[in-house]
Design a protein around this ligand. Sequence first.
Ligand code: EUG
Length: 607
Amino acid sequence: MFLEQEATASVPALPEVHSGISSFLLEKAQNAKVGVFEGRTKPVRERQRLPVVPQGIERDEFLAALDELKAQLGGEFVEVNDKPLRDGWYMEHPNTHDMMTILDEEELVASAVVYPSTTEEVQQIVLWANKYLIPIFPISMGRNLGYGGAAPRVRGSVTIDLGKRMNKILDINSEDYTCLLEPGVSFYALYEALKEKGYDHMWIDTPDLGGGSVLGNTLDRGVGYTPYGDHWACHAGLEVVLPTGEVIRTGMGALPENNTWQTFPYGFGPYSDGIFSQSNFGIVTKMGMTLMPNPGGYESFMYTFQNEEDLGPLMEIIRPLRIGMILENVAQVRHIAQTIAVRGHPRSKFYQGSGPIPDEVLHAAAVESPVGDHTWAYYGMSYGPPHIRAYKLAIVDAEFRKIPGAKKVDPKSLPEDEYFWSRDRIAAGIPDIHELRWVNWTPNGAHIAFSPVSPIRSADAMKLFDMGKKLHHQYGIDFFPAFCVGLREMHLIVEIVFDRDDAERKKAAMDCLRDMIDQAAALGYGEYRTHLVLMDQVAGTYSWGDGALMKFNERLKDALDPNGILAPGKSGIWPKRYRGRGWEMSRESGPVSEGKGVAPPEAPNHS
Ligand code: EUG
């Protein structure tokens, strides 16, 4: 059976495979894989909905167009997506679909995947797409899990897998603390490169899982956990292929032979970079990134708080400390349900009933754990030499202990494989693979995120928490909230873990997400990022001034991409040819992602 072959194959490692794992994590990854496949019952199915051809082109013409592209790129670099869909797992993820699909697995699928090796080849692909009016969807590595993975928004788009052959670290500047990257460089790979060069004076900033593309994660405004955790704020300079085929370099990159591309992000004139993040206005082929100086020491710490209501006062304590940089990193405040789930066991080990797992069951499990009973856990990090840390940690301790029942957990009491040490590494820029363990909570575990932004305030935290909890209970879903505290705001991350082979649970998850988005918007909160299938709804909540921002985005889209070939629908931005034809997804459209056709081009589509 397919599944068994997949389950026993060894995990790909760097440097043989660009998307592989660091050798120091290989054994951990191999163990993680066993856990994932133990809970897997979903078979690899025969495809029911073949062939996949994007709307607006006949099948024969599409196949002929692919042949033309094969002649340009080389036959082996154009693959038709007609084989059974293999979900794999985090380290062996597909580039053809969303491995954690919330819809029918054959809904959001690519028609073909192409593998350019240079910016020039990306340009060729873009010109080809314009010639035949074929939607294209670029991915860097395709590990955007919880937000759509590698899937295109428009069924049948041709996926451009940029990472496979464009995975060079073009530069690491050890004096300026910067680097210049192609799309296929993962956090694992960048970390390894610094180690290999002996650049101990520089740190990277990594998200919870390190397999994603640094460039892709940054463009999606992903988050890490050192003081450099706001990745977008830390990037400097882009090279972008526009939807009509031209290439630009932003910031100082526009000045030939300059040596400040990665040190001064703005250059001269309008700051263009913003329109290439979370957008469909260009394909980023190079990105500069800043690296953090090694702070000369670090010490992570953990406090636990007993009651659900402690969240409010905790936020009031965190806010001034965070803005004042006494709390220095993007820290997480995690709920007990996450603490238990991240241990990697299925929910059935703790509870066999239906409906949300009762709090008593979670507390009973926590009592048995090295961390002890609690409702909230704060994971933070103090940087610098010991006397500097001592100064900051004393303030934190005095403040956190104002909450009755607050406990400082002694790291020395925690075993080596405790989650705390994963947070410790991540906050020190050392990538890990621990986080995905909570996906084992259900059989065929998958996750999808609800990620609203709010001020770091008691009232906001409690409103979002209460709203999320109530809706999760209504839909019989376990509630896994974690607050990622930025500088003046926080991202609440609620991950719904679901069985991706259970249509009824998938529908419950979707209904719950749609309710949370609407109710959050009614309270004044919006998401920082979302899954492909929720982008229309989320974009719709950013409606100030009669949808003025979306009108502006549409005007940009039509100017930059007159044929509407690049990632139509991404971030809710539909090109003119798709508008008014029912492509938007909503509660009413249900699990259907496609509209009724596309308009013919207005002008001759190639000159
Ligand atoms: C996480 C954090 C995110 C996100 C998705 C998942 C981590 C969960 C801060 O952003 O978008 C524990």
